[in-house]
Design a protein around this ligand. Structure first.
Ligand code: LLP
Length: 433
């Protein structure tokens, strides 16, 4: 046989264990699909970021949306972090996990009056305000409870974060924040607000940012505006520089910005700022601390492709189908095996339910266990029950031990709350207003 036709036997990297826990035994015990997070890795990231920011007056507000499991939030609380929330649900989760209200900031373009009220009641640190209408809503709700709300203007600096369009937030065309020109008017009129103390700036230009330059540009625009405001007599007590630090999803390809370089960019742009700096990292703290364990259900030989059909699907991990995101996939069992290429797919009835196309992997057999990497952020938190697939279980690993932190949803739990349409009622027109 010609050498080109003989199968290649590569030692493909494998992942038999994670944070000291044998993944094969874990999956045998808890079933798949299963999210597994390393507490050690999360603590390491927290420590690394804190070290990079050493000497600065900072509060790191973990972006809860990245992974909102209670046990993950408890690790953040234990590390002294605050939270960046975007809903009443995230507020409740953060408080329940022991994150103090005075370290919570509230972002997002669609805060409802009741969410604003709940946040005021809890006594959160501040609102990151995204529109004039929202500013007025906060004034109104704060007035009703005779409270003072602290607020930062979210600036849209019109900077290209050089990331995927769906997760880019700092361009003028995006729905987030307001222009510096508009923010200038807010400050000029800030004394008309009796119940909002407008004394902060906020910027967040996007997510999975792999280049320090967009950060630098945005930080310099914010810094210049801060100086202008101070000269105009508007004290600024905090600048929130957002999140967005990218991570390595593809070994040998992705080159994330080092925490130290990111911190250096903040130091340089805001060297003379004497207030408090807030940061809102999400992904960077948790993405690489998580894997999605999944078993091969079967191999399907298509006419043009070989399909590796997994028991995990786009409902469990949406990133590949939503953003064409790459996630490394490693076999759990070590060993020398012939290499081949597969289209790695889930059981959901959509062509988009594809984790990888023409991916080089060792020859697999039904029942083999795989670990999808980089699944700690925007994995479980974005999962759904699409195709009536119950939510996967989640487990925390910590130096050889594990704890289930979300049990697998049962079929009964999945349909709880649904009812037959029997209890018909009428509404009168005036009630609809
Ligand atoms: N602050 C604000 C106001 C945000 O909107 C976000 C993320 C963050 C902080 C945290 O960004 P990070 O440090 O995690 O990049 N589902 C997408 C990511 C969406 C990010 C939304 N906002 C994904 O899976 O890539």
């Amino acid at each position: 046989m010609a050498p080109t036709n003989s199968p290649r036997h590569d030692t493909i990297p494998s992942q038999p264990s994670f944070d000291g826990v044998d993944l094969d035994a874990l999956a045998a015990r808890l079933g798949t699909p299963l999210y597994a997070y390393s507490a050690t890795a999360i603590r390491r990231r927290i420590g690394e970021l804190q070290a990079a920011l050493h000497g600065l007056d900072t509060t790191i507000c973990y972006a809860v949306k990245a992974n909102s499991n209670r046990a993950v939030l408890e690790l953040m609380a234990a590390g002294g972090l605050g939270a960046d929330i975007v809903s009443a649900g995230e507020l409740q989760r953060a408080l329940a996990a022991g994150i103090p209200a005075e370290r919570i900031v509230f972002s997002g373009v669609g805060k409802t009056d009741s969410e604003i009220d709940m946040a005021l009641e809890a006594g959160i640190d501040r609102f990151n305000v995204e529109s004039l209408d929202e500013l007025h809503a906060i004034e109104r709700v704060a007035q009703a409870r005779q409270a003072i709300a602290c607020a930062a203007v979210r600036i849209n600096p019109d900077v290209d974060a050089l990331t995927h369009a769906k997760i880019s937030t700092g361009r003028a065309e995006n729905k987030f924040g307001v222009s510096i020109a508009e923010a200038r008017r807010w400050f000029a009129e800030r004394r008309q607000l009796a119940h909002v103390r407008l004394d902060g700036l906020h910027v967040h230009i996007g997510s999975q940012i792999m280049d320090v330059e967009p950060f630098r540009l945005a930080l310099h625009r914010i810094a210049a505006f801060w100086r202008e405001l101070v000269k105009a007599g508007h004290p600024i007590v905090s600048i929130d520089v957002g999140g967005g630090l990218g991570v390595r999803y593809r070994t040998g390809h992705d080159q994330p910005v080092a925490a130290a370089d990111y911190a250096q960019a903040i130091r340089e742009a805001l060297a003379d700022f004497d207030g408090r700096l807030l940061l809102e990292p999400g992904r960077w703290l948790v993405a690489e601390a998580g894997v999605l364990l999944t078993r091969v259900l079967r191999i399907k030989e298509g006419t043009e492709r070989r399909f590796l059909v997994l028991d995990a699907a786009m409902n469990d991990l949406q990133r590949p189908s939503l953003y064409d995101a790459w996630h490394d996939i490693l076999p759990v069992a070590p060993g020398l095996r012939p290499t081949t290429t597969y289209d790695v797919v889930g059981p959901v009835c959509e062509t988009g339910d594809t984790f990888a196309r023409e991916r080089a992997l060792p020859e697999c057999a039904p029942g083999d266990l795989l670990a999808i990497q980089g699944a700690g952020a925007y994995g479980a938190s974005m999962s759904s029950t699409y195709n009536s697939r119950p939510l996967a279980a989640e487990v925390m690993l910590d130096a050889g031990r594990y704890a289930v932190i979300r049990r697998r949803q049962t079929l009964e739990e999945m349909v709880a709350g649904e009812k037959s349409a029997r209890d018909w009622q009428a509404v009168r027109p005036q009630e609809q207003a």
